[in-house]
Design a protein around this ligand. Sequence first.
Ligand code: SF4
Length: 400
Amino acid sequence: MNDKRNMPVFEKPRVAASSGLGAYGNIASVLSALNLSGVAGKRILIKPNVGRMTRPNSGVNCCPDSVAACIDVLSKAGAASVAVGESPILGVDVMAAFEACGIAEAVRERGCDLLDLDADPPAIVPLPAGAVLPSLKVCGGVRKFDLILSLAVMKTHMHTGVTLSLKNCKGMLYKKQKVALHQLPDDGDPNADAKPLDRAIADMLTVLRPDIAVIDGWIGMEGLGPGAGDPRPADLALASWDPVAADATACRLMGIDPMTVSHIRLAAEKGVGRAEADKIETHPSDLSGCQRPFKRPPTELALAFPDTMVYESGACSACLSTTLLFLQRFQDRIADYRLEDGKLHVVLGKDVEDVPAGTIVIGNCAARHRAKGPFAVGCPPVASSIYRAVTGRDPDGSTE
Ligand code: SF4
């Protein structure tokens, strides 16, 4: 576990990229293009994206061949040990998820440990310079390792723009601490230029900075990522000792300006790494063959819900996306909450003047209507927490 005191600063970090070699070949190629002398003799934790129970190569979890390549290259570079561990979203049995997506088999074949990071007691880590949080509850087992390799699937994310090696580190937060980051109230800071969620992720990265970033773009996800988007086969991988540089470069290849992704911009401002293109050395220097535009999360609510009245003004894409996902998933399960006109009514955004009684109020920006109906707190709230606010019940315990 890193903290600000030992965050390495690379003047011009190298980001290696590879495409067209398949999942295993791309990852092996990009890791081998880094200087791995710092790996020798180290106990290394690979933290892959395995948040959900899915089949292999669905674009949700990492590809098993990508995990296998990381283990093989690190072992060959002299690592003392390599383990693979994850703290998944609530309600997911991580060991079953490792089995379902094929990673368990790849890890077993190589004689490495497979870990449920929630199994050890948590560590409370203070955030003295935290903009949003005073401390974090981190999976205690992470402290047993010398180096962390964050292995992220290349995805867009409906709440944070993208989820890459930086955001993937949220999967080292202990159990419900992950959800808590989605439920932070608006702190009223007039100087804040990002949502509390993005600021909290940047805070987290000052104590949970991955040492090595690897981005698995064999099959990524676009649109309503991280769980409800479309698989995006991209046959691409990136790696760097600077996770900000890795994520910023991945964004550029996805057709996204990394400076518009708040948690990446804030992480760079906090010194977690470099985001500016002219401060990064790419390998190869010409990445034109690696461009893979990804569809962004939706920015307006599709009128695909004729039984829903949406009051929206001044909402950002995160609340729009979460409302869309909520309606997609749960509209049929909350038919009893329709008003006299036979429709569900939902409000989001800060600029809606008035709504009828019984309207579902989504997100902190719409809090002034909270007396009118069920209020889902959060910035943004996740779809399952909107369902919980409406029904008082837990759908499946999941978060997004
Ligand atoms: S619209 Fe939703 S996600 Fe956007 S700032 Fe407001 S509460 Fe947060």
